[in-house]
Ligand binder design. Structure first.
Ligand code: ADQ
Length: 477
């Protein structure tokens, strides 16, 4: 392992995200090593980071002092240390118990705490200082997500020469919700420190523009926001997945064999309904289970030959809302099984576990119906992964209109998860759709994804970031 140094000149491309793209894996003998994390962001940025000799600044995942910078898989990694208190206040508090619920329509009550805000500022400052130290003159700096919304403004103050981009992976809420935040002005000014701010969905872009006008008196011209400190472009860049890799995985004979085996292990049901989510209250898991339970009770789905598999990746387990959700979901699963299962035959298989990509791909290949029913979701990559995995054009996607992905995957069975009857009707229609109907919907969605994969997303964002400020006006003139 080598220790990277930026040299006097610094890096030409920096990525800042709460987490580094690696996890520390400790073996049974106590040895530990770094392993690339499975996330799509790493996959998307990897080639670009290598090409630009870029560096990634982020937390390494453990409380305590930061380890020395290191290189992994050709990317220079610069850990930022978080104390136990930072993890409590900046990460679990302000990021995940204030901003996360508020930005997702306050489906759980956001908690507001002064100490969390101080910590959020301090950690954002730490990231900005690290970036200021490591960036080459005029470098591109790409800041990611809701944990780091103050960084662009702080970094602009330290290094006015940089091209700063920010991308928000979650929804950006309407003013009516956003204005509850005591940090509202600071966040808007923080984001306006960037040259380019990107959102998943046009609603987020519009909400941000309106707030810039109302809270700091900015002037809007097309995509450009003119404010006291300069000009910021706000635009929509829907994130995607690595479509080619997902398709290759789906066509792998071992994955296909595993898909057949999964169906056999489930008792060869005529309909297999799948849910795959982080165990998060925004994902609508309870709504999905309620719909499924009622459909079994009413006999519209046959308990003897319908199976639901719900994979729920453990997430943010120290936060109260998440513990309560887990208990509610587990109670619902056992109630449905208690009523409808038989000896050796479950109706809901609930898996509170993480899976590797190959096993997930086999589940996608095995599932007749994929149920993606978030109450609010920035994008939802699971919906896109399922579509990319259905290389033979079969399968049925039930998709919430409140997922960013619904703006692109228009041929899905679209649902409002709050409308229980509508959700039940969509699940039944998807479960009984014939192959022609499945293909009529799946093929255009597959064609869309092939044209809009994650590499294009990253390239679009970075090429827009490289445009000089004011370029849209110049081009129009
Ligand atoms: P998330 O809320 O985490 O992401 P999502 O977009 O669905 O949600 O991505 C989850 C990823 O985790 C997918 O790639 C999926 O395959 C993987 N995954 C799910 N279950 C798994 C399991 N059991 N084991 C292993 N991996 C699993 C946030 C926003 C989203 C936005 C993304 C990207 O909330 O709206 O789409 O960022 O911008």
């Amino acid at each position: 392992p080598s220790t990277p140094t930026a040299g006097r000149a610094g890096y030409d491309l920096l990525v800042l995200a709460n987490r580094l793209p690696v996890d520390r894996i400790t073996s049974s003998t106590g040895d530990s090593r770094w392993q690339r994390s499975p996330g799509g962001l790493v996959t998307a940025l990897h080639p670009i980071m290598q090409q630009h000799a870029g560096a990634w600044i982020g937390w390494h995942g453990q409380p305590g002092p930061a380890p020395d910078p290191f290189t992994h898989d050709g990317i220079h990694l610069h850990p930022v240390g978080l104390s136990e208190q930072d993890v409590d206040r900046y990460y679990e508090g302000q990021s995940n118990a204030t901003i996360w619920p508020l930005y997702h329509d306050a489906v759980e009550q956001p908690v507001f705490d002064r100490d969390w805000r101080h910590s959020y500022r301090a950690v954002n400052e730490r990231f900005a200082v690290a970036a200021a130290r490591l960036a080459a003159p005029g470098a591109l700096v790409w800041v990611h997500d809701y944990h780091l919304q103050l960084v662009p403004g702080m970094l602009r103050g330290l290094r006015p020469d940089l091209r700063i981009g920010f991308f928000l992976h979650i929804p950006f809420p309407p003013a009516e919700l956003f204005c509850q935040l005591p940090l509202r002005d600071e966040i808007i000014r923080g984001l306006l420190g960037a040259d380019l701010v990107g959102f998943q969905h046009p609603h987020g872009t519009r909400n941000f523009q309106r707030l810039a006008r109302e809270l700091v008196g900015a002037k809007l011209t097309g995509d450009e926001i003119e404010h006291g400190a300069g000009i910021t472009t706000a635009a929509t860049f829907p994130i995607s997945i690595d479509v080619a890799t997902q398709q290759r995985l789906a066509d792998d004979p071992q994955v296909q064999a595993r898909a057949v085996e999964i169906r056999r292990e489930l008792g060869d049901p005529s309909t297999l309904i799948l849910g795959v989510d982080r165990l998060d209250y925004t994902k609508g898991i309870e709504h999905r289970l309620t719909a499924f339970g009622e459909l079994l009770t009413e006999g519209r789905l046959e308990p003897a030959n319908t199976v639901m598999v719900q994979v729920a990746v453990p997430s943010r387990q120290r936060i109260d809302h998440y513990q309560a959700l887990r208990e509610r979901v587990e109670r619902m699963v056992s109630r449905i099984n208690g009523v409808h299962a038989g000896i050796g035959r479950l109706c809901v298989h609930y898996l509170h576990q993480s899976y590797d990509r190959a096993e997930l791909a086999a589940l996608y290949a095995a599932a007749d119906v994929m149920a993606v029913t978030p109450l609010r979701d920035g994008m939802n990559l699971v919906a896109k992964e399922y579509v990319a995995a259905r290389t033979d054009g079969t399968g049925a996607l039930v998709l919430s209109e409140f997922a960013g992905a619904a703006a692109e995957l228009r041929q899905a069975w679209t649902v409002n998860p709050h409308d229980l009857d509508g959700l039940k009707n969509a699940i039944v229609a998807a479960a009984y759709a014939d192959r022609d109907e499945q293909a009529g919907r799946m093929l255009p969605m597959r064609a869309h994804l092939r044209r809009h994969d994650v590499n294009r997303w990253a390239a679009d964002f970075l090429s827009r970031l490289e445009q000089p400020a004011g370029w849209t006006c110049a081009a129009a003139a």
